[in-house]
Design a protein around this ligand. Sequence first.
Ligand code: PGA
Length: 251
Amino acid sequence: MRTKIVAGNWKMNKTPAEGAALIAAIRKELGEGACPVEVVVCPPFTGLDAATKALAGSTIKLGAQNMSAEAPGAFTGEISVGMLQELGVGYVILGHSERRTLFGETDAMVNRKTKAALAAGLTPIVCVGETLAEREANKTDKVVTTQVRESLAGLGNDLRKVVVAYEPVWAIGTGKTASSAQAQEVHALIRRVLAALSDGQTALSIRIQYGGSMKPENAKELMSQPDIDGGLIGGAALKADSFVAIVRGGC
Ligand code: PGA
């Protein structure tokens, strides 16, 4: 019942021209209509305009990697939700662990951004996940539960529109993937927390992506777990062949 969703998080990679070329290569490799997976690419802000043009006529969707929770005004260096929408952006990654650890984003900030994205009709991809120290101290459940509860507090009926990405911090960019059993366990926990925030039916309808060194070799097994509904892909999203191979793993 849940449509799988695979999103490429390009992080601070690809100029506008390089991004357009990557999109052209992804379109060629993937073909149109062959696979029921929802596919999203998330270039840096500067690449969004070129990406929209490169995606014309495609079913592949466009996402951003961050946004401000504020209305337009005196916020030097920030990007508002309206600016994203005008460029054809329909999704936005929020609370990625790099934003949380390198740029001080808190659950409260992620919650405000999530509300602003939803109010404008964007689909937020809200990231949660424990560090290695937290996992080793058996704190994974507590940390992830708190992040989900606080980042997604007070959304009411809009909760069903959110995509959650479980990204264990120790697996991001390290080549160390969570085993499918480890990932499934946390995904099932997240669904229980979502049910407590809303109701069982709503929780069953929400997509939960896995992220952290997902690659063609492990994508199919991860996405065949009952509560894993797609992937948020970093390094492997920067090349058309590996990104498309991961998407196919969810077909
Ligand atoms: P990775 O990154 O696939 O390079 O581990 C995933 C992410 O940070 O979203």
